[in-house]
Design a protein around this ligand. Structure first.
Ligand code: F6R
Length: 244
């Protein structure tokens, strides 16, 4: 596991975007695994900037997102489809028919079948990950067992609480999401986990300060991956006592 500690969160985002842009430059029809949330949101402006400066071409790229809330239609202001359109897809030259975000409404079983089919079609070349306060990646919440493939996940209270900031009230936060499974994430060729903020300290400790794999902290499973880069800012590294 490669760990990069940056002075600022903005630098962490710029490095993450650079890694993704490099993957696309080397492989113009790459499949990018993308994430939403405030951490990932910091990365996309750098990709948009690289595109505007002619440094990267997304015309042959295809993407798949980690997750989508159950119950939110694609055009809901807080849906992850809308997040992706607004933060990235509508700002670059990607063919949106090649972007996959699971559908959160309608026949969920059919949506999961479709999502699984899509995940099986083409390997992910690089998967961007944030981390939840409880160590979730995608929406794989802590538990006795973790799922291999795409599934519906019941969100933990800590996740609902953390995501309430995006909604006008806690009651509006969906309680379930469709998520890639841990296996789907670990099958990506390259993993890029980005973290900032003291609320992530406990989860990051489990990832960086010991060698155990803990289903109660799903992010720890990425230690088994042969190509993983963790990027965090100095403030978070210091708060967990990570020596770099
Ligand atoms: C989002 C996702 C989640 C977030 C995590 C951190 O697609 O899969 O795992 O990465 O909840 O969210 P932020 O970055 O908002 O703290």
């Amino acid at each position: 596991m490669r760990v990069i500690v940056t002075e600022t969160f903005a630098q962490a985002c710029e490095i993450a975007a650079g890694v993704i842009a490099d993957v696309v430059r080397k492989k113009p029809d790459a499949r990018l695994g993308l994430a939403t949330g405030s951490t990932a949101q910091g990365v996309y402006p750098y990709l948009v900037e690289a595109y505007r400066e002619g440094k990267v071409d997304f015309s042959r790229v295809n993407t798949v997102n980690l997750d989508e809330y159950v119950g939110l239609a694609a055009d809901h202001p807080q849906s992850y489809r809308r997040f992706m359109d607004e933060n990235l897809f509508d700002r670059i030259n990607i063919d949106k028919t090649r972007t996959v975000v699971a559908k959160g409404t309608g026949d969920l079983e059919a949506n999961i079948r479709e999502f699984r089919l899509s995940l099986g079609q083409k390997p992910i070349d690089v998967q961007l990950l944030g981390i939840g306060v409880d160590g979730h990646v995608g929406f794989n919440e802590p538990g006795r067992v973790l799922c291999d493939g795409a599934h519906v996940e019941k969100l933990d209270q800590s996740t609902i609480d953390a995501n309430a900031r995006f909604f006008s009230s806690r009651e509006e936060v969906p309680t379930q999401a469709i998520s890639m499974g841990m296996g789907d994430i670990l099958r990506a060729r390259k993993l890029l986990l980005l973290a900032t903020g003291e609320s992530k300290a406990e989860a990051i400790k489990g990832l960086l300060l010991n060698e155990t794999l803990d289903a109660q902290n799903p992010a720890t499973l990425i230690k088994t991956h042969p190509d993983v880069t963790v990027i965090l800012d100095k403030a978070l590294a210091k708060s967990v006592g990570y020596v770099y």
